[in-house]
Write a protein that binds this ligand. Structure first.
Ligand SMILES: Cc1cc2nc3c(=O)[nH]c(=O)nc-3n(C[C@H](O)[C@H](O)[C@H](O)COP(=O)(O)OP(=O)(O)OC[C@H]3O[C@@H](n4cnc5c(N)ncnc54)[C@H](O)[C@@H]3O)c2cc1C
Length: 422
């Protein structure tokens, strides 16, 4: 684990984090590793997390990305979520914090390709992932996919990339565990109504009716990212829109499994864009429980201007898009019965679908941690650590996220595209 050694701050800054979801809580947790501790106010509008994206997510962590920064962020995420990383951080922040069980399931990720270009992408990306430390990932050619996963129809497949160290966990336990653990070390607020600035710097914010002064402000408001920006005069908005994603939970008997005792089908990303994963191991006694979803086409994206409180699922996706593709890939999925469905909002960066991390160029003490476009949960440990580095040193110390700065949107060739957006 690339640990950040506790830093000695020359004075104790006063920081406000707006948004108490995955990114906000991780920022607070990492900031609390410093000595002397900064003073932190965490503003979360809804402590029940009813529409919080992390809680409504698939909880997945994967090292399979095409950009160096994304691979590095997820590898640190795996250390925090999978090993004892989170409990180590919690203990340092508050020695009496209770340990958290994230229920990490080491099911792996499997990306499938049916075209030569898809296969060369997987091959190129694997090289990068291995060079950065993703040791347990391998390419499977045509019939090897079928041997490893006999329930898949592999007729049209050319290749699969299977990362065995990846998996998924319970995001609600993460949020509640961190929030409870750091509670004695922070102040909490609920409603941010006004922001005052002077010389392109935030000076005071009105929280729950009271004006408070801060040295730094962190925007960690997920799909609602412009709610903070819109309270600050004369600064550029973020290219972040709320985009709805629906997840279906289905049960399915008779899914063939290769191992007589137990096998966890990995989170599988089909070439069609449909993905699915098990919620438990498949055994000869149990029928499979799965969750699944898909990436809508640009035309099918739900109106981004809709309020993010609306989390009604898009029911039609099951019959019209997902079920036919599942059946094509695995005959047993033809007998799937939907048990439940829910939806949440991606904090979608419409320019290049990658995070925006760094100081806002129009507001010198506003730190942006936005726009992760569906991979922010797994990146939250790395982004939280990056936020703490910006507060302490004004620059990144561990993972260099310089290419994620806001300024890239106006630089020629500044956009950075990720091939592995799901
Ligand atoms: C269906 C679905 C599946 C996903 N699957 C995955 C996955 O498998 N792996 C993965 O890594 N990511 C996944 N994601 C994406 C992931 O959930 C997000 O990237 C991540 O939650 C972003 O963290 P965040 O803290 O920025 O936002 P959130 O977790 O949404 O937290 C933002 C918080 O800010 C609060 N807030 C907003 N505005 C204000 C305001 N003005 N004042 C005070 N508080 C405010 C909100 O109430 C919320 O609690 C998925 C998302 C969805 C919707």
């Amino acid at each position: 684990m690339r640990r950040s050694t506790p830093r000695l701050l020359s004075s104790s800054p006063n920081i406000c984090i707006v948004g108490g979801g995955a990114i906000g809580l991780s920022s607070a947790l990492h900031l609390l590793q410093s000595s002397p501790s900064p003073s932190i106010t965490l503003v979360e509008r809804d402590s029940t997390y009813r529409v919080n994206s992390a809680v409504l997510s698939a909880g997945g962590v994967r090292s399979q990305f095409s950009l160096k920064e994304n691979v590095e962020c997820s590898l640190y995420g795996l250390e925090v979520f999978k090993k004892n990383g989170l409990n180590d951080l919690l203990k340092k922040a508050n020695p009496s914090a209770s340990p958290v069980d994230l229920q990490f399931m080491n099911g792996g990720y499997l990306f499938l390709s049916s075209t030569p270009s898809g296969s060369s992408c997987l091959t190129k990306n694997l090289k990068l992932q291995k060079s950065l430390g993703a040791a347990n990932t391998e390419l499977l050619h045509g019939e090897e996919v079928g041997r490893e996963f006999p329930y898949l129809n592999t007729e049209d497949l050319r290749m699969g990339c299977y990362s065995k160290d990846d998996g998924w966990f319970d995001p609600y336990s993460f949020l509640m565990g961190v929030r409870e653990g750091i509670k004695p070390r922070i102040r909490e607020g609920k409603k941010l109504t006004e922001i005052e600035t002077e010389n392109n710097k935030i000076t005071r914010m009105k929280i729950d009716g009271e004006w408070q002064a801060f040295d730094f402000v962190v925007n960690a408001t997920g799909a609602n990212a412009n709610s903070v920006i819109d309270k600050i005069p004369n600064i550029r908005r973020l290219p972040v829109e709320a985009r709805k994603r629906t997840i279906f939970h289905f049960k399915c008997k008779d899914v063939p499994h290769p191992d007589p005792t137990s096998h966890i089908p990995p989170l599988t990303v089909d070439p069609s864009g449909v993905w699915y994963r098990s919620t438990s191991a498949l055994t000869s006694e149990s029928s499979g429980d799965f969750i699944c979803g898909c990436t809508p086409t640009e035309d099918d994206e739900q109106d981004a201007e809709r309020h993010t409180d609306d989390i009604d699922p898009d029911y039609s996706l099951w019959e019209e898009v997902i079920w036919p593709k599942l059946y094509e890939r695995c005959e047993a999925f033809g007998g799937a019965k939907v048990l439940n469905q829910w939806a949440g909002w991606y904090e979608y960066n419409v320019k290049d679908q990658n995070g925006i991390v760094g100081f806002h160029p129009d507001c010198s003490n506003l730190i942006l941690a936005n726009g992760f476009s569906g991979h922010g949960l797994q990146q939250s440990p790395a982004v939280g650590r990056a936020v703490s580095e910006l507060v302490e040193d004004g620059k990144f110390r561990t993972i260099d996220l310089d290419r994620f700065k806001f300024e890239r949107f106006e630089e020629e060739g500044g956009l950075i595209f990720e091939e592995g957006i799901v």
